[in-house]
Unconditional design. Sequence first.
Length: 572
Amino acid sequence: MPSEISGEAPAGPSHFIRDIILEDLRRGKHGGRVHTRFPPEPNGYLHIGHAKSICLNFGLAAEFGGKCNLRFDDTNPCKEEVEYVESILEDVRWLGFDWEDRLYYASDYFEPLYQWAVQLIRAGKAYVCDLSAQQVREYRGTLTQPGWDSPYRDRTVEENLDLFQRMRAGEFPDGARTLRAKIDMASPNLNLRDPVLYRILHAEHHRTGNQWCIYPMYDYAHGQCDSIERITHSICTLEFEDHRPLYDWLIEALGIYHPQQIEFDRLNLTHTVLSKRKLLTLVEQGHVRGWDDPRMPTLSGIRRRGYTPEAIRSFCGRIGVAKTNGVIELSLLEHCLREDLNRRAPRVMAVLRPLRVVIDNYPEGLVEEMEAVNNPEDPGMGTRKVPFSRVLYIEREDFREDPPKQYYRLAPGREVRLRYAYLVRCAGVVRDENTGEVMEIHCTYDPATRGGDAPDGRRVKSTLHWVSAAHAIEAEARLYDHLFTRANPAEDSEGLDFTAHLNPNSMEVLAGCRVEPSLRGAAPGSRCQFERLAYFAVDPDSTPERPVFNRTVTLRDTWAKIEKSLKAQGEG
């Protein structure tokens, strides 16, 4: 059956969830249907960890010709905002997935969820409890000690129905009462020790307004929402494994359609935190510029930084799906990005820390157009013209007055190639009178070496990028590094808060950069490679007069080196 869902994840190795679905299809379970869902809470922005779940749920549905719903778990009005809903919709679309007409909210089902709660009360399987939240925790017991029955556990059905109706009517203040399932206070699974199903919250909901003042807990709403939507495979991360017995108990107690909950490993990345609470702390305390700060692991942040949806989908396909949690090296994500950008990003020349170069024997007023390759990986991208003139800029680090050993770039008396142009030789320098800093380099060029080697066969060991001073555009570059200095900032043996491991050098802003004129008017979000430097993306802060570029990822690929080493060991 052909897929009806676009943007499917790249094909990768099989995994246990895929095997479960294949076996279900073989047996004819669910009538041969595959129907998944992605159920985010609208209480924050999605991050790279959510991308794994998105790719998994939409990807499996696409592979088996099924459907995938997008459903917001909006059961906590105190933490939810329309801003988060809109950002999630944008992120899922950006990743390349389409929920078609299947956009749902848990709030769509508040009335049937309430009626099911009434059904549980009538069956003697739920009761209204007056214990406070703290008392509920105390009565719950521990992993080694059973809990204690609430003194309100044996209320009559009639009393519970009356109190629950009055809870809905708004007669009681927040926290005064809850509705709890009546299961087993001695269960070895703490989630079955009379869990709370409803709590009182006099808070305005972003969709239902003040219509409700009682709201279902996630553990209660989760399975019933899946049931209403006829989900076949309810795919969750591993922290919900211990909650599955409650998921099953509620559905069976209500006698309704029963989806299958399956748990998989959540994504953890080095040098990153993926807790919404911690990400919110970073935003609220001003450690970052917002949810879409390019240093953030949010999808809006990495999109602003210049990541592509193709790279994210490739990464999610490569890391696979497992039954135990682990930690993935951030370098693998960066490797997937480099692989994608290497194929699609045009090459341009830019100078981040300009050093002025004057070619003394180049004719004044002459401007030549040098032909430059747009992308050596894709000849179809063609070439462009880059202006060359007497006064240029090169990178300051590409010149050393007293070069160390194995430094092959420009130095006094040394000859180098200027990319796509000529061989030039350093003839002298101009220093600042006060500081002695080199402010300008004077060179000579060999007119016979345009675009190629010297006719006499002499060779140089270094090729430098450059821009013409008269034609270059002034720009700002923002250089990003890991947000945290530790590989696992959330774990600290010394008891320090995770913010203690923030990298003070995670962002460096360079003003006065120079880029070639082809980048004039570059659209925000467009990507390119600054030759010899890194991949960059145009930031939304850009203006036509002053573009701003975010460093997306450096050219150095540590993961590729690791893979090459492992391959060599295997062959050996």
